[in-house]
Design a binder for this molecule. Structure first.
Ligand code: ATP
Length: 240
């Protein structure tokens, strides 16, 4: 599904990604683990073309998407839920979801199909249905995160990038978010690349993981192996 080969990215002189290679098979949940500043968000942002890739290949279903414009990347099946949610506050829940399908409308997508997807989002996230006419800015943090995920799903992605979905949320809400992540894979078959500060929870939901340190992949493996790895435990998992 996704194969990244030796990508590099810079912020001015800062070399933020150094020859990063990784892959994600169809239907997998893969998590990126690393300390603050390791380059996790940068990696997601290069995939979604929010920042340029200086060199290397990003193959999405066999097509190199490095260097393509962001809207093109979305239409090829990759959607990102950015860090900090970033819903459109003054717009209603329903309008936010519809915006997620904007490129489908623009490309002449079937309105019927899009409105069916909207109803599907409301089934998946009943709290959003109750609040469909409410301004997004008035939702709770957890509801906003669900909305941000729903909006990304409205583009019908094959691959979903989730950047810190549990950030700043209360523990019970965090559990809900992880339930949604499981459900997306199990019921929708969505492939997911997940960045999380909460490395333990991320590894519990993921199939495989990569550990990033100062812009490099220093370790990769099955999630169960990484959970057992003493170095990973010491550096990223803290106490239970
Ligand atoms: P966090 O969990 O704190 O978000 P991260 O692993 O996602 O960390 P990145 O945000 O990708 O890390 O940052 C990687 C490196 O790039 C860091 O050294 C950071 O200071 C630097 N960096 C990130 N964004 C910019 C920017 N806009 N301009 C300059 N340097 C940046």
């Amino acid at each position: 599904m996704l194969k990244i080969k030796n990508i590099n990215a810079y912020y001015g002189k800062v070399h933020a990604l150094k020859n990063v290679s990784l892959h994600l098979n169809r239907g997998e949940i893969v998590t990126l683990i690393g300390a603050n500043g390791a380059g996790k968000t940068t990696l997601l942002n290069t995939l979604s073309a929010m920042i340029p890739t200086a060199s290397g290949e990003i193959m999405l279903e066999g097509k190199n998407i490095a260097g393509l414009a962001a809207d093109r990347v979305v239409s090829l099946g990759l959607s990102q839920v950015p860090e900090g949610r970033q819903v459109f506050n003054p717009l209603t829940v329903e309008e936010n979801l519809e915006l997620g399908a904007y490129l489908r409308y623009r490309m002449g997508g079937q309105r019927q199909e899009i409105s069916e997807d909207l109803e599907r989002m409301f089934q998946m996230f009943p709290r959003l249905k109750e609040r469909r006419r409410q301004a997004a800015g008035t939702l709770s943090g957890g509801e906003q995160q669900m909305l941000a995920i729903g909006r990304a799903l409205m583009a019908r992605p094959k691959l979903l990038l989730l950047d810190e979905p549990s950030m700043g949320l209360a523990p019970l809400v965090v559990q809900d978010i992880f339930k949604v992540i499981r459900m997306l894979r199990e019921e929708e078959g969505t492939s997911i690349l997940l960045v999380e500060q909460n490395a333990r929870a991320a590894l519990k939901v993921a199939d495989r993981g990569y550990v990033l340190e100062t812009g490099k992949v220093i370790l990769e493996g099955k999630a169960t192996e990484l959970l057992e790895n003493k170095d990973v435990q010491r550096a990223y998992l803290g106490r239970d």
